[in-house]
Design a binder for this molecule. Structure first.
Ligand SMILES: C[S@@+](CC[C@H](N)C(=O)[O-])C[C@H]1O[C@@H](n2cnc3c(N)ncnc32)[C@H](O)[C@@H]1O
Ligand code: SF4
Length: 375
């Protein structure tokens, strides 16, 4: 399974919590898009004998730029890569960009999955986040998508912030599951460094996060969604049968993928590359045929640690025999001891040769992973 990730680094408004790479000025759109096309051609050899199972337009907000730019990139991909017949081709959209005409154009050009950033249906929450849309637009966009030919829809929601009480969180989940949605990503609000959210909370202009809300609302979502036909298959992700995201699984399985555009990451044969996260510098370097990325070859420890991290988060289970194959005899002893301690703490369970987090463990999965890491 190989994939292509295209980072579109433009948004119409800066959400307070976001530390992804984007610009709210659209001045450089044309230049960035043509450089992404150049980058695709430069990287085509990396996946020359592979079949592409997933294309993902993420950002930023891909739906915030003119659709012809997206189609130009899609054409370059079609001309330079071998695409699977049943490829998953996703675009991230914000509700204020959704219209029947745009969805039709996307579909006609091969986009068969939409990931819609709703976050909440309540205006007070959307204001806290500084989103570009209101609750009414979120509902309208879902109505449009439900009537469209897009038959694979993900919606992102965020929980765990002070304007959202438990009752309103359940209400958000109820409204969403009233639509024909195939996949839901629920993210706990995190305060990233140097974001407006961090600054505004420090200056007491926004209410701070409360300590236990995230954990409580994680459980509420899990209970509600698993009772309503969704399978919880990764810490933040739920899907109905046969609608797990191919893009996400590619990433978690350490499959090869190339990422193009400012700040995008690539991972091919244990070599990781990450592009400059500045639109102008990215274009300048591409035009000057200079290096526009940094790279790192993953060593045995990195590969092992990433395997632990990804497999504990995704609930298919961590394969102990696979771990043993990667470890030296003295490391196996430490690894087993750590597993025993975690079992005694009642955060995971062992079944056959697989390890699974229980609900208590899911809430501290990063901490559990780091205890199993090779250092
Ligand atoms: C990079 S955004 C791109 C999608 C699109 N631009 C949007 O905002 O809907 C991907 C998702 O990450 C989540 N996200 C980003 N920053 C977050 C944060 N600090 N805390 C929780 N969720 C976050 C949001 O749910 C968002 O939909
Ligand atoms: S959350 Fe999405 S829309 Fe908001 S700033 Fe980040 S990328 Fe842009």
């Amino acid at each position: 399974m190989s994939g292509i990730y295209v980072h579109i680094p433009f948004c119409s408004k800066a959400c307070h919590y976001c530390d992804f790479h984007f610009s709210t000025s659209l001045n450089l759109v044309e230049g960035v898009i043509s450089c992404i096309q150049i980058e695709l051609k430069k990287k085509k050899h990396l996946l020359s004998n592979k079949t592409i199972k997933s294309i993902y337009f993420g950002g930023g907000t891909p739906s915030a730029i003119h659709h012809d730019f997206i189609f130009d990139i899609l054409n370059t991909i079609k001309e330079n890569f071998n695409l699977s017949k049943n490829i998953e081709c996703t675009i991230e959209m914000n509700p204020d960009n959704v219209s029947p005409e745009l969805i039709r154009k996307y579909y006609d050009n091969g986009i068969n999955r939409v990931s819609l950033g709703v976050q909440s249906f309540r205006d007070c929450d959307l204001l806290y986040m500084n989103r570009s849309h209101d609750g009414k637009q979120a509902i309208e966009s879902l109505e449009i998508l439900s009537k469209s030919r897009i038959n694979n829809l993900n919606v992102d929601l965020i929980y765990g912030y002070p304007t959202l009480d438990d009752k309103s969180w359940i209400e958000n989940l109820k409204i969403l599951t009233g639509f024909n949605v195939h996949h839901i990503s629920c993210y706990c609000m995190t305060i990233e460094k140097k974001t407006a959210l961090e600054f505004l909370i420090k200056k007491k202009k926004l209410r701070p996060l409360e300590p236990d809300t995230g954990a409580r609302q994680f459980k509420i979502a899990r209970d509600f969604l698993t009772r309503n036909k969704f399978t919880h298959y990764e810490i933040s992700n739920y899907s109905i049968k046969n609608f797990k995201s191919v893009h996400n699984q590619n990433y978690w399985n350490h499959s090869n993928y190339i990422g193009v555009g400012p700040s995008a990451h690539s991972f091919v044969d244990n070599l990781r590359q990450w592009n400059i996260n500045n639109n102008k510098k990215y274009c300048d370097q591409i035009h000057a045929s200079k290096k526009f990325y940094q790279k790192e070859k993953l060593n045995r420890k990195n590969i092992f640690n990433e395997y632990i991290f990804m497999n504990l988060r995704s609930f298919k289970g961590l394969d102990i025999s696979h771990c043993y194959k990667q470890l030296k005899p003295n490391e196996i002893k430490d690894f087993n001891n750590e597993i025993k301690k975690l079992e005694n703490l009642n955060v995971l369970r062992k079944k056959n040769n697989l390890i699974y987090l229980n609900e208590k463990g899911m809430l501290i999965s990063d901490n559990i992973s780091s205890r199993l890491f090779l250092v």
